[in-house]
Design a protein around this ligand. Structure first.
Ligand code: GLU
Length: 514
């Protein structure tokens, strides 16, 4: 790598909620920047004012923040290249300067065609049976632009306030070559490309001009973005050339898209509702319809698991390792292990990543997360940490520590009926009562002692451990499975344990005789 400072930008358009594909682009950009001690920059590309969606920019900020992908420079944070929002940058007149420069050097031109005229051109080209219907080096000479009109007419139109756009003038039959960090060497013949609009009639630049101008002005060293932008890259390469910026042109990396689980096509924003999993990092309420789409945050994913899952959708470390923390990803990530083809989203694998990350999370961190979600659990942090330690192997999502382990916090409200029928025998009340009496006298209500007494009792009364453990567990937890029962009893304490055992004797005996 050259000694140029690595500066990577994530440049979303606030046209709706950020999709997980967008988060993946942000992640790869972040990983690459951090790996090379570089900067990660957030730039908001809002030049298409007709597509702006209320709340989308805030959503981008919040989502990156939840994931822990904090930009070094952004609209909110500021930085040496302010402003970081293109609509604001446009006010400085900077894009217009570049458009004018391109016109002056003969690499761009004014075009006055109305939408009807553009439509007529497409119809005509279709009727002629050609294979492209675009505004390009072949068709432009039959259109209304500064290449075909004389200068006086052009000036008069501009002065009269006629609508016009500025288009790039693509050269004829020139090879455009560049290297993509994922796809290798790419060559495209300029004649296949259209004369893209650079400045729109509303005075706003298009994505193409603004993107290149800003990447130059913000000293971006690497452009990392979704594969869908690959067709635009050759045209951007031409803009760098025509604006005299070839020496500082960024390197490109076009990363693979996330595909539907079937592998049939790109995972779209609408797929979440259809396929039953979230496609957004956080919950999103559509400002127009009021519809709510679920997000990974609210689904109970840890940000570290979410990022790990996204990282692996198109990249691998080249080893068997699949579980990575964000720091490990930074250390291991590189573009030579990024695949070219799309990566199938696997909903089950996503859950697996979360499970694994929960297992790896410290009891303290897990307890903090749990108490954030359930502030009224009413147990001390130390106890909560013990509960988390016991439960973390058994849950897929953090809230399940509470929902599956409710018995840690309250007396069971429901008892597994099937289990009761199978395991609660006629002699059970007598045995449980005997255990109550033994446990009642204990000063130290700790797992080892509870277990020893239990085993002693079973042996002396010739009762199988399992045969008595199951109804004991049912009395304490209402369930048929879970962490070691004596650990649970020790956590809930003597008073609660005995009360539950007595309650079960009473409840089940009554039901038996009813
Ligand atoms: N604004 C573009 C988008 O929405 C950015 C593409 C790029 O990174 O160049 O995806």
């Amino acid at each position: 790598m050259s000694d140029r400072k690595v500066r990577v930008r994530f440049a979303p358009s606030p046209t709706g909620p950020l999709h997980i594909g967008g988060v993946k682009t942000a992640l790869y950009s972040y990983l690459f920047a951090k790996k090379h001690n570089g900067d990660f920059i957030l730039r908001i590309e809002d030049t298409d004012q007709t597509r702006l969606v209320e709340g989308a920019e805030e959503y981008i900020n919040k989502s990156l923040s939840w994931c822990g992908l904090e930009p070094d420079e952004s609209p909110a944070k500021g930085g040496p290249h302010e402003p970081y929002k293109q609509s604001e940058r446009n006010k400085t007149g900077r894009y217009k300067v570049f458009a004018d420069q391109l016109i002056a050097s003969g690499h761009a031109y004014y075009a006055f065609d109305t939408s009807e005229e553009l439509e007529a051109m497409r119809e005509r080209l279709k009727a002629e049976g050609g294979d492209s219907y675009q505004y390009d080096s072949k068709s432009r000479m039959s259109m209304k632009n500064s290449l075909t009109l004389d200068e006086a007419e052009v000036n008069q139109k501009i002065e009269a306030g006629d609508n016009y756009v500025i288009r790039i003038k693509m050269p004829i039959d020139e090879m455009i070559n560049f290297t993509d960090m994922v796809r290798g060497d790419i060559s495209v013949n300029s004649s296949t490309l259209d004369d893209k609009v650079l400045m729109k009639s509303d005075g706003m630049p298009t994505y193409h001009l603004a993107n290149v101008a800003d990447d130059h002005d913000m000293e971006i060293s690497h452009v990392i973005r979704g594969e869908e932008w690959l067709p635009s890259a050759p045209m951007h390469v031409m803009l760098y050339k025509y604006l005299g910026w070839e020496d500082t042109k960024p390197q490109f990396a076009h990363i693979p898209l996330i595909l539907k689980p079937s592998g049939q096509g790109k995972l779209s924003k609408r797929d979440g509702d259809k396929l039953g999993f979230s496609v957004f990092p956080m919950e999103w309420k559509d400002p127009e319809s009021g519809n709510i789409s679920t997000g990974y945050k609210e689904d109970g994913y840890l940000p570290s698991a979410f990022l790990n899952m996204l990282a692996m959708l198109g990249w691998n470390s080249g080893t068997e390792q699949e579980i990575f923390s964000l720091d490990e990803l930074i250390e291991t990530f590189s573009f030579d292990k990024v695949q070219k083809g799309g990566a199938k989203y696997d909903p089950e694998k996503a859950v697996w990543f979360n499970q694994e990350h929960i297992k790896n999370l410290g009891d303290n961190a897990l307890a903090t997360l749990l108490s954030e979600q359930f502030p009224d659990l009413g147990v001390e942090t130390g106890t909560l940490m013990m509960i988390c330690k016991m439960m973390k192997e058994r849950v897929k999502f953090v809230p399940e520590i509470y929902t599956k382990g409710k018995y840690f916090f309250e007396n069971p409200q429901e008892f597994d009926e099937k289990n009761r029928r199978k395991k609660w025998k006629e002699a059970t009340p007598e045995h449980i009562e005997a255990l109550v009496n033994k446990y009642y006298d204990l000063d130290e209500f700790v797992p080892d002692i509870l277990q020893n007494l239990f085993e002693e009792y079973c042996e002396s009364h010739e009762v199988g451990f399992g045969a008595l453990m199951a109804p004991l567990r049912l009395a304490i937890t209402g369930q048929g499975g879970g962490p070691p029962i004596f650990d649970i009893m020790s956590i809930i304490g003597k008073e609660n344990s005995i009360a539950r055992m007595r309650f079960a004797i009473e409840k089940f005996s009554k039901e038996e005789s009813a």
